[in-house]
Design a protein around this ligand. Structure first.
Ligand code: ZN
Length: 169
């Protein structure tokens, strides 16, 4: 099932999501639906709050279907190591059309559970490191625009208010 993507302004995006405790068929279905929804929206990462579900789960595929091994399910993820710095453009499916330069760590290790509840660690660099940080932020109710200047953030919010008024958001 493909879920519509929740856009900025919906409170679900700005509250911490709930820890997942049962690794049942329902969770596996949610994982499948999240991959489908992410691909349908042409994204390389998606967190459950972005489909209106306040649970600590995210899916990532920075190759966008190119490599099956690149499909990652992060349940209850935590960033346990960050090294270096990278600067690059970042966007978010919940803030369509906007992109901003965001400084992030260059190499990041995430500790998470898979859909069966097994713990694992995964280290990613560059885009994958950025995806780990971006998606984990989502689960903490944080959007990438919290990492840009207040001036730029206010400009984006003002544009969104305008779009919302015109019924285009
Ligand atoms: Zn996002």
């Amino acid at each position: 099932m493909i879920y519509p993507i929740v856009k900025f302004g919906d409170p679900v995006l700005e509250k911490p999501a709930e820890t997942i405790t049962s690794f049942d068929d329902e969770l596996k279905k949610l994982v499948e639906d999240m991959f489908q929804s992410m691909y349908a929206a042409k994204g390389v990462g998606l967190a459950a709050p972005q489909i209106g579900i306040s649970k600590r789960i995210a899916v990532v595929d920075i190759t966008f279907k190119e490599e099956p091994d690149a499909k990652l399910v992060l349940v209850n993820p935590e960033i346990i190591r960050k090294e270096g710095r990278q600067r690059g453009t970042e966007g978010c499916l919940s803030l369509p059309e906007f992109r901003e330069e965001v400084t992030r760590a260059q190499r990041v290790t995430v500790r998470a559970q898979d859909a069966n509840g097994n713990f694992f660690e995964h280290t990613g660099e560059d885009l994958l490191a950025r995806a780990f940080l971006h998606e984990t932020d989502h689960l903490n109710g944080k959007l990438y625009i919290s990492h840009i200047s207040a001036l730029k953030r206010d400009l984006i919010k003002r544009k969104i208010r305008k779009l919302a008024k015109a019924g285009e958001w």
